[in-house]
Design a protein around this ligand. Structure first.
Ligand code: PMP
Length: 396
């Protein structure tokens, strides 16, 4: 038997991965993953993009390159940070990562030692907590209401744990898993607290451009007076997740360390994939493409919400997301969404049980639903099937 490191021993298959295996069966109506709608991927355009890349700079496109990333793409992102996220930066404040997931992994390694505290929303994105977990930190779940992290609870946590707090991780925009967005006052209140401390803050924002209604909010990064916010962005949800292109905007001392660490992981993000994103932006209209995505997902969001209102029994509540990919369902206390999975799968529908999004466990009476990946008729049918299981459980 080989002997694994403590880090390797700490790795376990996630609930989502296990469920996604089941949902590969095309008969299953899956609300489980966070997959974009494949019918919107601009495949014809990409054929032209690829030919253009190979004609214009084929040799550089398949050559090794810098760890920081392809400069024209970093310049395009700096521009989008201004237009889409109202955040000022230059290309030198940005590095390209292999998806924002790599950003999470790098930052966990840069800031966390065993026993250090990470403050997170409760619930939070499990891909982040599993990325951080290999450094053996302690997760402190800060109370979170329908407007995001609660400032008084944050202040109390910082007071209680003092210097042990080494990182805060939040998703203020269309949160995964809840779909909740922090209003401006909440962002300001949280940043008023954080600007008094020297704690790095990861603002994870892969969904920011997918707003279906309401006004764009300022990022935490734009409210940061200390240079402690590290913004993570991604092309996964607005373009193509398989290209694995994300970005990190941060202070230069943080970027420098992130670059050195990234060199040990993958040397650089794919030269070709970076050009695919960059050339697409040059040759086509990414904003028009994002608008198409917003139109479709906004319609699906509304349809799922209306269907839940119509079919779910009393006692079940759910969020109304203004954007993003997910809604969050809360069952009456005592019900266990994970234990219900076999019956749900039996009806050929799937969700992600909510417990996985609480790093310290508990909270079994929730599940997450995705509405971006299923066509409209399957959304309605899937919600009807879920409603049948819920009615049996609740006894109505
Ligand atoms: N952060 C959040 C909140 C996410 O939901 C996801 C994807 N589901 C990621 C990061 C990772 O995205 P990617 O690596 O594809 O950019």
């Amino acid at each position: 038997m080989v002997k694994f490191s403590e880090e390797a021993k700490s790795l376990h298959a996630s609930d989502i991965r296990e469920i996604l295996k089941v949902t590969e069966n095309p008969e299953i109506i899956s609300f489980a993953g966070g997959l974009p709608a494949p019918e919107l991927f601009p495949i014809d355009e990409m054929m032209k993009v690829d030919v253009e890349i190979l004609k214009k700079e084929g040799r550089q496109a398949v050559q090794y390159s810098t760890t920081e990333g392809y400069v024209p793409l970093r310049k395009q992102i700096a521009k989008r940070m201004k237009t889409s996220f109202h955040t000022d930066c230059t290309y030198e404040d940005i590095i390209i990562t292999a998806g924002s997931q790599q950003g999470l992994s790098l930052l966990g390694q840069l800031f966390l030692n065993e026993g250090d505290i990470v403050l997170v929303e409760s619930p939070t994105y499990m891909g982040a907590t599993t990325a951080f977990a290999v450094n053996f930190p302690q997760f402190v779940e800060v109370e979170t209401d329908d407007k995001g992290m609660v400032p008084e609870a944050l202040e109390a946590a910082i007071e209680k744990y003092g210097d042990r707090v080494r990182l805060m991780y939040v998703i203020p925009e269309f949160q995964n898993p809840t779909g909740i967005t922090w209003p401006l006052e909440r962002r300001q209140a949280i940043m008023d607290i954080m600007n008094k401390h020297d704690i790095p803050i990861i603002e994870d924002d892969p969904y920011g451009e997918l707003r279906y209604e309401g006004e764009t909010m300022p990022t935490l990064k734009s409210l940061d007076t200390q240079g402690n916010v590290i913004f993570l962005g991604s092309f996964s949800k607005i373009f193509m997740p398989g290209l694995r292109i994300g970005w990190m905007v941060a202070a230069h001392d943080i970027l420098e360390k992130a670059v050195m660490l990234k060199q040990t992981v993958d040397l650089q993000t794919s030269s070709f994939a970076q050009r695919q994103a960059s050339y697409y932006i040059d040759m086509y209209d990414l904003d028009a493409h994002v608008k198409q995505i917003r139109d479709l997902y906004g319609k699906r969001r509304t349809l799922m919400y209306d269907s839940m209102k119509k079919y779910f029994p009393e006692g079940v509540s759910f969020t109304y997301p203004e954007g993003g990919l997910f809604t969050w369902v809360t069952l009456p206390e005592g019900l266990d969404a994970k234990a219900m999975m076999p019956e749900v799968i039996e009806k050929k529908v799937a969700y992600v049980p909510g417990g996985a999004f609480y790093p310290n466990g508990g909270n079994a009476n929730h599940f997450r639903l995705n509405y971006s990946n299923m066509p409209e008729d399957r959304i309605v049918e899937g919600i009807k099937r879920l409603a049948e299981v819920l009615k049996e459980k609740i006894g109505k």
